[in-house]
Design a binder for this molecule. Sequence first.
Ligand code: SF4
Length: 348
Amino acid sequence: MSGRLTKALCAPLLDWFEQHARVLPWRENRDPYRVWVSEIMLQQTRVEAVRGYFTRFMEVFPTVDALAAASEDTYLKLWEGLGYYSRVRNLHKAAVRVCEEYGGVVPRDYDTLCTLPGIGDYTAGAVASIAGGQRVPAVDGNVLRVVSRLNADERSVTDPKVKADLRAQVAAILPDDPGAFNQALMELGALVCVPNGAPQCGNCPVLHLCAGAHTGIAARLPVKALKKARTIAPRTVFVLRWQDKVALRRRPERGLLAKLWEFLGTDGTLPPAEARAFLGEHGLKVAQMRAMQPAKHIFTHVEWHMTGYYVDLAAPPDDPSLVLVTPDALRADYALPSAFRAFLQVLE
Ligand code: SF4
């Protein structure tokens, strides 16, 4: 039988947070635009990776109006390497809506935030509680783990009913500063009640209230239903060089990495003879071709296993979908997903 959260958690957790909260650029103030952008960046991305991206993004787009007015190429380039590009596309769409419908003032209430593109239950809760002081929970994976452990709750946190129950439990104990409390729970999950390994219960401010630690089962919580295995997708990628330039093309309008730039590529693993034949079919004349180190990239549901060829062309490509750019321009102006980063080394 699992326990339930109690209000007794609030004071020790808030004291701990006051003393141990990391100094992070988005915590300088509680401006809703900054909180919102940081929460979107932090989805599925480590805090350390986000720091630099957040600072650069705020330099270029210091206000929601600046983001709303931005071109797609500009915001995609700033997001390059962070992955999950639909996040920034939705952020931009939502910024446009905020300007059109709310006069450029980011809403601070949970229900309105939930109507904006890319803002789900968690992000709305974080922005509304941190920037708006609204008494709503913000429950992400970190919080689910901490709460399961505190309660010694062995139910699966991937079950929507369990998630809803844990969320309701957090909502029921929120103190006067719900934003600080939500952040404190998340921070505890990031620094002390950590994933992948034993929680550091000896450093935990709420050890005395933790059923998981007292029953000795905390380290194996939370329980999660098994995930579906990722699909393995072999690909062949060509870094095409014509004189001092390299060829890029846009990915399709929809699907994985939609509309971002890429090197010419195709499904499957092509050995050298088939690779040459493929290039011939695209009207490309090869002067020299050599294999590069294979590379792997892991997406949420699929893994690309890539074979790469570096190709010196004997004539410029006449395929209109290919554009020739210098390596410097590629780095400065074209959003190339990190899936292709391994093949960039050949241009150094
Ligand atoms: Fe997590 Fe241990 Fe603290 Fe319980 S006592 S909340 S398991 S760190």
